[in-house]
Design a protein around this ligand. Structure first.
Ligand code: ADP
Ligand code: MG
Length: 375
């Protein structure tokens, strides 16, 4: 078995108190929005879009409460419907990867309603690979370069893949294992004892573990979407110096640290009151909304510099405690769709993600926009 079980040893943590007092102030979570093109053939492409880009950081959306106004939102980046997988990757993800080699953590989260393009953004297709395959390719390449450029250290890469479903943490590389426990060591590192870690040295290695595991994901059918994702899919990639004794002596303290990268395809953010969910599905929806709700509060707290960040209020945010905010580099990509039936979910996704919003006094289109869901 290639399973690595992290061991917590109290004796190794003498420096933690000093480290804790030197913790850097919480870092902001960068927020990008990606608008996908029309793909809904049933809606008819003659429908005017209800959202459009203004520049590389802002967009506007119709205000159905007042047709003389539009709502303008501003983000760190806005990617319009013609943007490519390459644009998103080089613009918002690639720049953070080098920090992993310096022992810092990073996270990339795809947010948005089901059908708005989260999986396309993160995973993509063989023709249009998304963030996950691109980041893995580059990281493997970067670690190879680090190892060959005459530097004394060699880096190894491992992957874990888990799912958070109804506030349970499930190992997708070992589906037989039950709900896993999230722990924090005395240095503030978050770990999951018992979570499978597979060493990977090539992209083929990665696919060999990742592709079968993806099929283990829990997917339920709802009225809103036949394959609506009800869980958060969390890919964890660790980059660490190989721990030969000779090597460890030559590493600077900084170099001894491992860097963690979380690549997360979040559960759909749609309002479940409108999906006709009942019974089990309603319970699932509640769990999903709790996790996303807490994620929203955590991002808010980090971005406003609030003293208390409520990481512990959900499994997802507890897991991300050392990789979202702090010294970590994090980006939330909110995916939105142009079709009118997404309108309310789009507004709520934008409100979740927005740094600023302003009302502009100009009509969006001359046609009236009925509140979606009421037709
Ligand atoms: P989600 O994971 O948020 O539910 P998907 O990624 O499955 O959404 O996207 C829904 C559909 O839209 C898929 O058929 C996907 O291929 C397509 N799609 C999403 N984003 C784009 C895009 N930027 N360009 C082209 N097609 C897209
Ligand atoms: Mg999806």
């Amino acid at each position: 078995m290639e399973m690595n079980k992290p061991v917590i040893r109290a004796g190794r943590c003498r420096l933690s108190k000093i480290g804790a007092s030197r913790r850097p102030p919480p870092a902001r979570v960068r927020v990008a929005v990606r608008l996908r093109p029309f793909v809904d053939t049933t809606a008819g492409t003659s429908d005017p879009p209800c959202v459009r880009g203004m520049d590389s950081c802002s967009l506007e959306i119709a205000n159905w409460r007042n047709h003389q106004e539009t709502l303008k939102y501003q983000f760190d980046a806005f990617y319009g419907e013609r943007s490519t997988q390459q644009d998103i990757y080089t613009g918002s993800v690639q720049p953070i990867l080098r920090h992993l080699l310096e022992g810092q953590n990073a996270s990339v989260l795809a947010y948005g309603p089901t059908g708005a393009g989260k999986t396309h953004t993160m995973l993509g297709s063989p023709e249009q690979p998304g963030v996950i395959p691109r980041a893995l390719m580059d990281l493997l390449q970067l670690t190879r370069e680090e190892g060959t450029e005459g530097r004394p250290w060699a880096l190894s890469v491992t992957m874990s893949y888990l799912e958070i479903y109804q506030e349970k943490v499930l190992d997708l590389l070992d589906p037989a294992s039950g709900d896993l426990v999230i722990r924090e060591d005395c240095r503030g590192n978050i770990l999951i004892p018992g979570l499978t870690q597979k060493p990977i040295t090539s992209f083929a290695d990665f696919e060999r573990h990742f592709l079968p595991a993806s099929r283990n994901r829990t997917v339920g059918a709802t009225r809103l979407n036949q394959r609506s994702s009800r869980s958060h899919a969390v890919l964890l990639v660790k980059v660490k110096p190989q721990t030969g004794v000779d090597q460890r002596e030559r590493l600077t303290p900084f170099r001894q640290r491992e860097g963690k990268l979380y690549l997360i395809d979040l559960a759909g953010s749609e309002d479940n009151r409108r999906t006709g969910n009942k019974g089990l599905r309603l319970k699932e929806s509640g769990a999903i909304n709790t996790s996303l709700f807490v994620l929203g509060k955590v991002v808010d707290a980090l971005n406003q510099g609030l003293p208390r960040v409520p990481y512990r209020d959900s499994k997802l945010t507890r897991l991300l405690q050392d990789s979202l905010g702090g010294s970590a580099h994090s980006i939330l990509i909110a995916n939105i769709a142009p079709e009118r039936r997404f309108y309310l979910d789009t507004v709520s996704a934008l409100n979740f993600a927005a740094r600023s919003k302003e009302v502009i006094n100009r009509p969006f289109t001359n046609e009236s926009l009925q509140p979606p869901g009421e037709d």
